[in-house]
Ligand binder design. Structure first.
Ligand code: KG4
Ligand code: ZN
Length: 337
């Protein structure tokens, strides 16, 4: 079995996965949404202190499995430095104490492998990754052979939901709040600009749309001046515009990529409105859409464990003395690989 740890942002999570059967034997996650909601976003220092309490609490429950462990896996990039370090410190200690190998896991590769939890990989695959930190389309040929085909030039999809929710006074995380509110809204009431609509660039951009939402909130008299219906209509229009942007750029890639299997992963892939739209697009192009179960869309240690099974088989181990977080600068230049 492999014990995996995830602490790249505001979820403390540990999983135990059986290597041969790929079965998730244990999985627990403690989220910090309530604590960060007041601030409208994640406060790194607070997040790291909450991990320091939650991770040992979860670890206690995994003690019966210690004798079966063959490796420890941990997210080491990308993410918030101070929260990654909480998971890394625990992973190093376990690796040294139990004298078993340590596997560093790239968080985004974990999101991709969330598709294969308790399953065999479906490869090659085109993946739309929409999370709180990233928006990318990635071609995955096989294990460790991945290429980014499109990426966001500024904000990510999840982040834009969070920021728009904050501007509308809704709380954090904004994704589920906006999705729920949009169901009562008129998605045609406000005309918001579809990002990069007239650009040949195969890339994403969400910051202009965010600004358009800010201007619309102001035009409606600010949060205090907005009725519940105004909020629902704006949420629906924003969500529709994100959808149009994702579809427009994906179409360009689908038109030239012969790969038949497509997937959406990451926290924002839990959005059923976006999922349905993507499913229809795949259908039009004769492609098959794969998604992870809803419980494994947002950050979790089971996806880290699933990737770690492949890494274990390929002996991608690291010395506990040298494992560190990857600096933010390098994270951005490398993004995925
Ligand atoms: O993958 P994730 O858990 O963390 C990162 O790796 O960043 O993604 C979290 C993001 C948040 O920005 C959250 O608002 C967004 O996913 N999210 C959603 C939905 N559920 C979560 N965005 C849109 N619609 C949703 N239903
Ligand atoms: Zn994530």
């Amino acid at each position: 079995m492999i014990l995996s740890i995830e602490s790249s942002c505001d979820d403390s999570s540990i999983a135990i996965t059986e290597i041969e059967s790929k079965k998730v034997i244990f999985h627990k996650k403690i989220s910090q949404e309530a604590e960060h909601s007041f601030y409208g976003g994640v406060v790194p220092e607070l997040a790291s202190r909450l991990h320091a309490v939650a991770l040992p609490q979860i670890l206690q429950e995994t003690k019966p499995y210690f004798k079966h462990l063959k490796a420890i896996a941990v997210t080491n990039q990308p993410g918030l430095g101070v929260t990654l370090l909480e998971g890394i410190a625990m992973a190093k200690t376990l690796s040294v104490f139990l004298d078993i190998p340590l596997i560093p896991v790239h968080h985004l590769k974990g999101h991709i492998y969330s598709l294969f939890i308790e399953k065999e990989p479906v490869l090659p695959l085109l993946v739309l990754l929409i999370s709180g930190g990233h928006t990318q389309i990635i071609r995955v040929e096989r294990f460790e052979h991945m290429e980014i085909l499109a990426t966001s030039m500024d904000d990510s999809v999840g982040e834009s939901f969070d920021k728009c929710a904050k501007m509308m006074g809704l709380g954090y995380p904004g994704g589920p709040l906006i999705e729920a509110l949009a169901k009562q809204g008129d998605e045609n009431r406000f005309e918001l600009p579809v990002p990069l609509r007239n650009s040949a660039l195969i890339a994403f951009s969400l910051s202009g749309l965010k600004n358009a939402v800010r201007l619309q909130v102001a035009a409606l008299g600010g949060v205090e001046g907005m009725s519940e219906q105004d909020c629902a209509d704006l949420a629906a229009c924003f969500q529709k515009t994100v959808k149009l942007h994702l579809l427009q750029k994906s179409k360009k890639i689908f038109a030239t990529e012969p790969i038949k299997d497509v997937a959406i992963v990451g926290g924002a892939s839990a959005n059923l409105y976006l999922r349905n739209a993507y499913e229809n697009l795949c259908h039009t192009f004769g492609k098959t859409l794969h998604v992870a179960p809803l419980e494994y869309c947002s950050d979790n240690a089971a996806m880290i464990g699933r990737y770690a099974i492949e890494a274990y088989k390929n002996q991608l181990f690291v010395d506990p003395n040298t494992l560190d977080i990857v600096s933010t600068k390098k994270q951005h230049s490398q993004m995925l690989l």
